[in-house]
Design a binder for this molecule. Structure first.
Ligand code: G3P
Ligand code: CA
Length: 375
């Protein structure tokens, strides 16, 4: 039965705890998001505006910020000498020239390099080779960024301040990274809403309660994040696979006879409804405010996975008082599909397209914003 959500109900739900009305029913998702200071629907720039510029570089993050994305998404790692930095893969091979600069160590993981060594790598040229139609000479030589540098970028536009949506990537490789992250966010003043005059003049989620969202695929990391930062919104990422949501079929990609990984993943489903529900319940029990499920994309591709945003799944999650932020969706046909299915936010490589789809105010074209930032 739909719940009429009045201002007084909102206040009451604050008193009773996140997501629950007086009658114990879940509040509407938009109100759940408002309670956390999270825009609805949220535009989460996945590795920055990474369709249009090399992922997790200054070009991609400044572009996402200045286009007006709500959040800059990042995967957190820690260098050999203890510096928090931002990179998706644990290997450096795909997105840097490590094979040229450190041929003997090219197969080492990124965390086996000091920050000074990581800073010698070119993290932009691979993009020009992979996507010649989007290539720019100014992308050559872009650097891997520290977390501090991404925070500087998030704070750097006086008129629009995005939040940070931070994933503890492979946290078992980085014991204590949840504590390190807390210390860094605390030192940078990101664990409390900003009160500066500059921030008050600006717009954007980066000055309010929802300025940081923490995300992880790992149950153990969610528990540690909750212990370290109980008041910061957290999201448990959902995935069908070994060690995560148990699949209905035990047939591996190699055994499946599929030639296309996206087609294989699209067929992967949780073992049963209860298996999906258990993961949502775990997220809730650990204090998460939402889940981050995968999506099967219309065009397939390397970021198309199991469809975990079926309407019943979103409804179940909402009934638990949790939000749904789906990864990673880039096309209008899929924006429509997942929003109609009930999601509350979207991780996208194409922040420009999602902002346009949602009819959010335009700040300039991708080319203009890149050029304004010197790219
Ligand atoms: O963090 C959400 C989404 O980014 C998860 O996938 O592999 O791109 O980190 P991945
Ligand atoms: Ca991520």
């Amino acid at each position: 039965m739909p719940v009429t959500f009045t201002r007084s109900a909102l206040m009451l739900s604050l008193l009773l705890g996140f997501g629950q009305t007086q009658a114990g029913e879940a509040a509407p998702p938009k109100s759940l998001a408002a309670l956390q200071g999270i825009p609805h629907p949220a535009v989460i720039a996945h590795r920055g505006a990474s369709f249009d510029a090399p992922e997790t570089t200054a070009a991609a993050y400044k572009l996402a910020r200045d286009l007006g994305a709500d959040y800059l998404e990042l995967d957190l790692q820690r260098s050999k000498d203890g510096v928090l930095f931002v990179l998706h893969d644990d290997s450096l091979l795909r997105t840097t020239d490590v094979a040229t600069k450190f041929p003997e160590r090219k197969d080492s993981t990124a965390n086996e390099f000091t920050m000074a060594e990581l800073k010698t790598l070119d993290a932009g040229s691979w993009f020009n080779t992979a996507y010649p139609d989007r290539a720019r000479p100014s992308f050559v030589g872009l650097k891997i960024l520290t977390l501090d540098e991404v925070i500087n970028i998030a704070e750097g536009n006086p008129l629009h301040k995005p939040g940070l949506y931070i994933e503890t990537k492979e946290p078992k490789l980085f014991p204590g990274i949840e504590r390190d992250l807390k210390d860094k966010l605390h030192d940078r003043g990101w664990l409390s809403p900003s009160g500066s005059k500059l921030a008050k003049r600006a717009t954007g989620v980066g000055q309010g309660k929802g300025k940081v969202v923490l995300q992880t695929f790992e149950k153990s990391s969610l528990e540690l994040l909750q212990k370290e930062m109980p008041n910061v919104p957290k999201v448990l990422l959902l995935w069908v696979g070994d060690g995560y949501i148990e699949a209905k079929s035990k047939v591996t990609f190699a055994e499946s006879g599929e030639t296309d990984k996206a087609a294989y993943y699209a067929k992967q489903q949780p073992k049963d409804n209860a298996e999906f529900e258990q993961w949502v319940q775990f997220a809730k029990a650990q204090g998460a405010i939402g889940t981050g499920p995968s999506a099967a994309l219309t065009q397939g591709g390397s970021q198309s996975y199991s469809d975990l945003v079926q309407p019943w799944m979103n409804q179940y999650t909402h009934d638990q008082g949790l939000l749904v932020h789906v990864y990673t969706v880039d096309e209008a046909v899929d924006f429509r599909k997942v929003l109609e299915a009930g999601v509350d936010g979207i991780f996208t490589n194409r922040a420009s397209e999602l902002l346009k789809y949602l009819k959010r105010p335009e700040t300039g074209s991708v080319a203009q914003v890149l050029e304004n930032n010197g790219y």
